[in-house]
Design a protein around this ligand. Structure first.
Ligand code: S3P
Length: 439
């Protein structure tokens, strides 16, 4: 079967209700927490994507039983110290930075060294940002080029609590340190630049010994050793990062209207909504509720008459971090110049995303000014694409693929977008939902 998608027509107006798949960050965290719990945890609507299956394989390698049923996953945790460590264990995080980084926090007291590997994209990413703080607990690391995968972690039985200044706004590094703190006698203190807080919310829901003080520009987190985690039955809400592609598809399609059901609207994730609203897109919440500490709602989006440009305040960067590629498409159609600053972190993702965002915009004839850390986008409400555009060699970054599909469906032109299978890592149903909206 061909691994590319061709798009030759814009999508026609639609008015629909959709469900997108389960939240990836929550799915991976549920798997990891459940592997440490006592007894059988169950999840419904767990995201069945390659990243989450890699997390399930990882805990299986550590001796935890998992049963996947039709729409339910069961994990048989054996307690906080229930991993079965053996010599020469190898964990494959595949494409998942979240799995690769978080799981290291759980392995800091392994009696044997464990090898962590990943695919081509993950092997290019920075693991020193997580091995550095975990080394301070007393674990030791050997990394390729001192920075990359494959790496080897050597655990330590006498871990010491640390003070850690997390200044990148990385939820993955913060969460890895929280996990390591849970295995360590004493109090670990983290001063964390704002980033998604699912690990903290789940810890609080589980009544683990964690304290969080919310400050204006950072959070102060105190973690103590955890002795027991109760089993967790969880219905995973839908992923706003998956929903974002359809929000933008709606915003850029004349007369379109869309409801996305049951989405996690945790404010550390809703940057895309704040930014799109500021650009003139009508977005409303309905059926708001709180579920195990997470906010959930249906999201209703309408196509606006005119899109306004934005000077995007940097305070939205962390809560929109995975959505900038798709937001850039909205800026491309705005009446005026948009700027996004301090977003160099995008080049640390599955592919150099700032570079790819710029390439996609230039390929549809949008002028940009790019630096290592920022982009200026000269929007054009009348942008019309008539040429052939080929998108390939993007390190199979799912978000580059999906952004290109949305661009093809909204700007016109003849698109050939490679590596369709990239969506399997995070959003296997993406193209099915596109087809639903075409009918
Ligand atoms: C994630 C954190 C973010 C995000 C990633 C998921 C998480 O990465 O980009 O898609 O689940 O913790 P960083 O921690 O590198 O910012």
């Amino acid at each position: 079967m061909s691994n590319k998608v061709t798009i030759n027509n814009k999508i026609k107006s639609f008015s629909k209700k959709i469900n997108v798949s389960g939240d990836k960050s929550l799915s991976i965290r549920w798997v990891l927490f459940s592997s440490l719990a006592n007894g059988k945890s169950k999840a419904k609507n767990l995201l069945m994507s390659e990243d989450v299956l890699a997390a399930i394989n990882a805990i299986k390698i550590l001796g935890i039983k998992v049963i996947i049923k039709k729409n339910q996953c069961e994990i048989f945790g054996k307690g906080i110290n229930g991993f079965k460590y053996k010599k020469n264990l190898k964990i494959n995080a595949e494409n998942s930075g979240t799995l690769g980084r978080l799981i290291l926090g759980l392995l800091v007291n392994s009696p044997f060294s464990i090898k962590l590997i990943g695919d081509k994209s993950l092997s290019k990413r920075d693991f020193k940002r997580v091995s550095d703080p975990l080394s301070k607990f007393g674990a030791k690391f050997k990394l390729k080029n001192n920075k990359n995968l494959p790496l080897e972690i050597y655990g330590n039985k006498n871990l010491k609590p640390i003070y850690y200044n997390e200044n990148k706004g990385s939820a993955q590094c913060k969460s890895a340190v929280i996990f390591a703190g849970m295995r360590t006698e004493g109090t670990t203190i983290i001063k964390a630049k704002k980033s998604r807080n699912h690990t903290e919310l789940l810890s609080k829901y589980l009544k683990l010994p964690i304290k969080i003080k919310i400050k204006k520009n950072y959070d102060l987190i105190e973690v103590k050793k955890v002795n027991k985690i109760k089993k967790i039955n969880y219905k995973i809400p839908s992923d706003i990062s998956s929903g974002a592609f359809f929000m933008v598809l709606t915003a850029l399609t004349k007369n379109a209207k869309l409801t996305i059901k049951n989405v996690n609207i945790n404010s550390s994730r809703t940057g895309v909504i704040t930014i799109l609203k500021k650009m003139g897109v009508s977005i409303k919440y309905q059926n708001k509720k709180i579920y195990k500490g997470e906010k959930i709602a249906d999201i209703i989006i309408k196509n606006p008459k005119l899109i306004k440009p934005i000077k995007c305040p940097t305070k939205y960067n962390s809560c929109a971090i995975d959505e900038f590629l798709i937001i850039f498409l909205v800026a491309a159609k705005a009446k005026g110049v948009s700027t996004f600053k301090d977003i160099g972190e995008l080049n640390q993702k599955e592919s150099p995303r700032l570079t790819w965002g710029n390439k996609i915009l230039n390929s549809i004839g949008i002028k940009t000014k790019l630096t290592k850390n920022s982009i200026k986008i000269y929007g054009n409400p009348n942008v019309k694409v008539e040429k052939k555009i080929i998108i390939k060699n993007f390190l199979k970054d799912h978000r580059v693929f999906m952004t290109s599909v949305i661009a093809g469906l909204t700007f016109g032109g003849n698109w050939e977008i490679h590596d369709k299978s990239s969506i399997k890592t995070s959003f296997p149903n993406f193209l099915k939902i596109i087809n639903q909206l075409k009918q």
